[in-house]
Each structure stands twice: as C-alpha cells, then as structure tokens.
Design a protein around this ligand. Structure first.
Ligand code: SAM
Length: 316
C-alpha cells in the first residue's frame, strides 16, 4: 500500500505509472518526438485534449514569444499529437486570441491546422466568469476550443446535454401530417450545450476542485464533457500540457485511461498528487489550501496526499 501512495520525484525524462489506474504522468517536452514516444510506448490514443500556453499576456502571468517562433513550436507538438492518435480519433485544442495583439495566435493556428491530416469539426467557445480588460472595452471572457477529427471517431451526444431545463415552447413543425410542438419532438428535457458553453463554472478558490496556485486550471466539468463525448470507457486519452491534471482526474472519473505530461516537474508532481489525494479523500482538489506560489510547491507530500485511509495503515 505504501508504494501506491509514494509521490515520485520528477525530473526531465521521468515517467510515473499509476499502479492502480494505469495512467501515466511524464516530465517531458511535447515538442520533442522522442519525449512523446517515451510517454506513449507505441500506444495510440482515441482522444487528445491539448491546452498549450496561448502566447497571450494576461495580467502579466503569461509570457509571449514572437509569433513565428510560437507557430513553429506549435507545429511540432501538433505533429507529435497527430502521430500518436489512432485511426478514428478526436483532437481538442484550447487556445486564445489576444485582443491587444492582432488576435494572435488563434487565426494563425487555425490556418496552420488546415495543412494537417485532420478535419475541422467544430469551434467551441466557453464562457469564463472572470475576465480581463478595462472599463473602455468589452470584458474578455471567452475561451476557444477547436475540435478536429481523424477518421470517424465516436461522438456520444448524451455528453452534450446540460442541466439547464428547456423552456421555450412554440416551435411548431409538421411531423407525419401532424403539427407538433417542440416539446413533443424533444429528445431531452434539458438543452444541449452546443458550441457555446455557458454552463461551466470557472475554477476559483472556494471550489473544492481548486488547485490554488495553478494559473490555468480547466474545470473538471469541461474535461468530463469532452472525454464523455469523444471516448468510451477504457479508452486512452492524452494531454501533453497537464498542469493541474484536470484531464487525468476527469479521465479517471469517466473510467478512461490518461497519459499526460508537463515540461515542469512541479506540475507533474501535482498531477500525480491530485489523483492520489482524490483516491484517499474523494476530493477533486485542495480547495482554499495554498499549494503553489510562483511555480513552487508550498506544502509537503504528506499534506498533498491527505490523511491515510485505515486500509493503508493496516500492517501488510
Ligand atoms: C495552459 S496550461 C494547461 C492547463 C491544464 N489544461 C489544466 O486544466 O490545468 C499549460 C501547461 O503547459 C506546460 N508546458 C509548456 N510548454 C510545454 C511543453 N513544451 N511540453 C509540455 N508541457 C509544457 C506548462 O508548464 C503549463 O503547465
């Protein structure tokens, strides 16, 4: 039992394999083909959820590099991703458009993707609650999500239904000679998310799933929506920009397997710790506990993992 809960010491090249769920976390570089090979070991994934740095400077938290350098780098990790996707698979990419800098890199990225052996399938926008901007402009609250496919992947439409009840009546249509109201034709009592997601709460410090100190944490709800739509139980999901580990934990909750990486050893440790902490406590994050500051871990491994369970305390 003790081994199951040991947190690995990550450094470049180390890949940790979760002995219980078979997930992998690698301290690796997504732009290096050999690193991606180390994570995948010849396996192919059904779904990739990629959330790279956006090259957008928000509240001085993110750096920017010259656009051509950013695009050359993007092309490398995109090729590495497509290379390890199975014949019928989906690729989701979160990205941003800098309103203060020519809307880069989103349009440049979209055009680059036209040359890749994938087909664009949709363009989703998720609404954040907190934004950035001034009193002289519309607040920037959108998060863009590009959806590409290879072959004919699964799309489980039930994943698209929200918890928001349908309200609007009065869309009449003739079906088999009878005039029907839209509720009679409806497949569900709740509305579909469609490609504008406004029903997902952005992570903030009062939420249990919060990983305080992670600057770009995606909600478990968005991870689960993508995972449930784009894969089936037992399938392999990949995420090369793991950060807080929302894709890995979302995969675990949806009974999928996840191989993830981050170039930064601190985030790798956090991803593994978040999974083990969830196994011990059932919590999706650490809530208000300050876990990181300026990219450095503020707490011990014991605090990260939480109280051991009785089973773990029992002599072998
Ligand atoms: C926008 S965050 C991802 C957020 C993540 N989806 C979440 O929900 O927590 C980007 C992450 O990519 C990592 N990263 C940057 N360059 C990388 C590279 N070349 N290879 C792997 N990871 C990289 C950063 O360390 C950072 O943690």
């Amino acid at each position: 039992m003790a081994e199951v809960n040991n947190l690995p010491n990550f450094e470049h090249g180390i890949v940790w394999e979760d002995p219980v769920g078979g997930h992998r976390v690698g301290c690796l570089d997504a732009s290096r083909k050999e690193d991606v090979g180390k994570l995948m070991k010849e396996e192919k994934a059904v779904l990739a959820i990629q959330d790279p740095p956006y090259n957008v400077d928000i509240n001085d938290e993110f750096g920017n590099s010259p656009l051509d350098r950013y695009m050359a780098w993007s092309e490398k990790w995109v090729d590495n991703t497509i290379g390890v996707l199975g014949e019928n698979s989906s690729l989701y990419i979160w990205l941003g458009a800098d309103i203060r800098n020519g809307l880069q890199p989103l349009p440049d990225f979209m055009i680059m993707m036209r040359r890749k052996p994938v087909k664009v399938r949709n363009f989703i926008t998720m609404r954040n609650q907190r934004g950035y901007g001034t009193q002289k402009n519309w607040m920037a609250i959108r998060q863009e999500l590009l959806y590409y496919i290879k072959g004919e992947p699964v799309f489980n439409v039930q994943a698209e239904y929200t918890d928001i009840p349908k309200k609007t009546r009065g869309y009449y249509k003739e079906v088999g000679g009878k005039i029907t109201e839209n509720f009679e034709r409806s497949k569900s009592l709740t509305i579909r998310a469609g490609n504008v997601w406004h029903d997902i709460q952005q992570v903030f410090y009062l939420m249990h799933e919060n990983v305080e100190g992670c600057f770009a944490q995606k909600p478990i709800k968005s991870a689960k929506r993508i995972i449930e739509a784009g894969s089936n139980p037992g399938d392999l999901v990949i995420d090369f920009f793991g950060h807080s580990g929302s894709t890995l934990l979302g995969s675990q909750l949806c009974k999928r397997k996840c191989y993830t990486m981050d170039i930064n050893p601190v985030y790798c440790k956090l991803i593994a710790a978040r999974l083990l902490h969830w196994r011990r406590t059932g919590e999706l994050g650490w809530g208000t506990m300050k876990v990181l500051a300026d990219g450095k871990m503020l707490v011990s491994d014991e605090e990260l993992l939480g109280e051991p369970t009785l089973l773990e305390l029992m002599p072998a």
